[in-house]
Design a binder for this molecule. Structure first.
Ligand SMILES: [Mn+2]
Length: 386
């Protein structure tokens, strides 16, 4: 093996092929709006007032992307990030109402560029943060109606939704808002330690119930539901009967160990897409081992390692998705923002795969022909690594 065979070497070359026109235009606008910096600043692309939204200048939006104040202007963007700060469906430890805020804050750590993947999301996707759905904290059903209507609006305007939970009860209205916009069946790929297939928890449709109700939707059959990572001692027995009777597919950690990660992920992809027109991805952060993701309400040891989850996500999302939710991030139990950061990582990875697969935005090598990339030029206001 030599240096030329390294993935790292290929990615060194790849970076030179990535477009940079959007970053440069943003830099120009930031400088214009942020005014010229103090005379002692040598890099004259650095503005006086930080407009980048990166790092500790995070404006409160996801990855510092623009906040879309006027929802009538939604349409034409690639991705809308939407928060659902609801934890009224929690059956034990609450706190996921702070999930959207925590994920938005820590998302400022990233630049949108990933060396290993050779992707710059800033260049490939137009992302807006549309803020939060107004939830009704003491009323699950009214909150579901709000989420359903908000998510449906995104689908109506053909903008890919990234939904920041919130507890997992929101999985049901997230699918309910999508289903009418799919001309055929919807498959669901569901990462979780818990099957979430009970009809009710404590007489209500809480966070252990979303996929019972989602798979009651006529074009979201349970035969297209694939659950990955189920196991441990905190799940409910009632949901097992539902999965058996409705013929949902359940992939355990034991399956992953026995059959190998690639094989089960390929199988999940195939089943979710069988006779379906769209697939929705529901990612419960408790599918990852609590050693890596402690900030969640119902932790269960022996879960996926982050790298396992990333590799599986890469496989199960490459045929495209109709939407993504990341749920159960509960910042009150988090340590060093590790869990929020994992949630953000899942979002960035999924978006990166969709871009790479040509399913969303512009592909990494699609340089704007009118403005060819100039070798050696760099965006000097991008945050330093570290
Ligand atoms: Mn769970």
């Amino acid at each position: 093996m030599d240096r030329e065979q390294l993935h790292g070497t290929r990615m060194l070359q790849r970076e030179a092929q990535l477009p940079s026109d959007r970053s440069k235009e943003q830099q120009r606008i930031n400088l214009e709006l942020g005014l010229p910096s103090a005379a002692s600043i040598n890099d004259r692309t650095i503005p006086l007032f930080n407009r980048s939204g990166w790092r500790f200048s995070n404006s409160g939006t996801f990855a510092g992307r623009p906040f879309l104040a006027d929802m009538r202007e939604l349409g034409g963007q690639d991705v809308a990030v939407i928060g659902v700060p609801f934890d009224g469906g929690t059956t034990f430890r609450s706190g996921t109402r702070f999930g959207p805020g925590a994920m938005r804050t820590i998302s400022g750590l990233g630049s949108g560029y990933n060396f290993e993947r050779g992707i710059d999301l800033q260049e490939s996707l137009e992302i807006v943060d549309v803020g939060d759905v107004t939830v009704i904290p003491a009323n699950i059903e009214k909150t579901f109606d709000q989420i359903d209507k908000a998510v449906a609006y995104l689908h109506e305007r053909a903008v890919f939704p990234v939904i920041l939970g919130g507890d997992h009860s929101i999985g049901y209205p997230d699918v309910r808002g999508l289903a009418p916009y799919v001309d055929g069946n919807v498959g669901i790929i569901h990462f979780d330690r818990h099957s979430d297939l009970s009809e009710y928890n404590l007489d209500e449709r809480m966070h252990g119930t979303p996929f019972f109700h989602a798979t009651n939707i006529p074009n979201a059959p349970a035969t297209n539901l694939v659950q990955i990572g189920i196991g441990g001692w905190t799940g409910s027995r009632g949901g097992v009967r539902v999965a058996r009777e409705r013929r949902a597919t359940v992939i355990t950690i034991t399956d992953i160990d026995r059959w190998g990660l690639e094989r089960v992920a390929e199988m999940a992809l195939e089943i979710a897409w069988k006779d379906a027109k769209a697939v929705f991805l529901s990612f419960d952060v408790d599918s990852i081992d609590p050693g890596f993701a402690p900030g969640t309400g119902t932790p269960e040891s022996g879960g996926l390692l982050p790298r396992e989850a990333f590799r599986m996500l890469d496989i199960v999302t490459r045929e495209g998705l109709a939407g993504l939710e990341v749920v159960e991030v509960a910042p009150p139990y988090d340590v060093g923002d590790a869990t929020s950061l994992l949630g953000v990582r899942v979002i960035n990875d999924v978006l990166g795969t969709l871009v790479e697969a040509g399913k969303l935005g512009r592909r990494p090598d699609e340089t704007d022909k009118s403005e060819p990339a100039v070798e050696g030029e760099r965006d000097q206001t991008e945050p330093a690594g570290g």
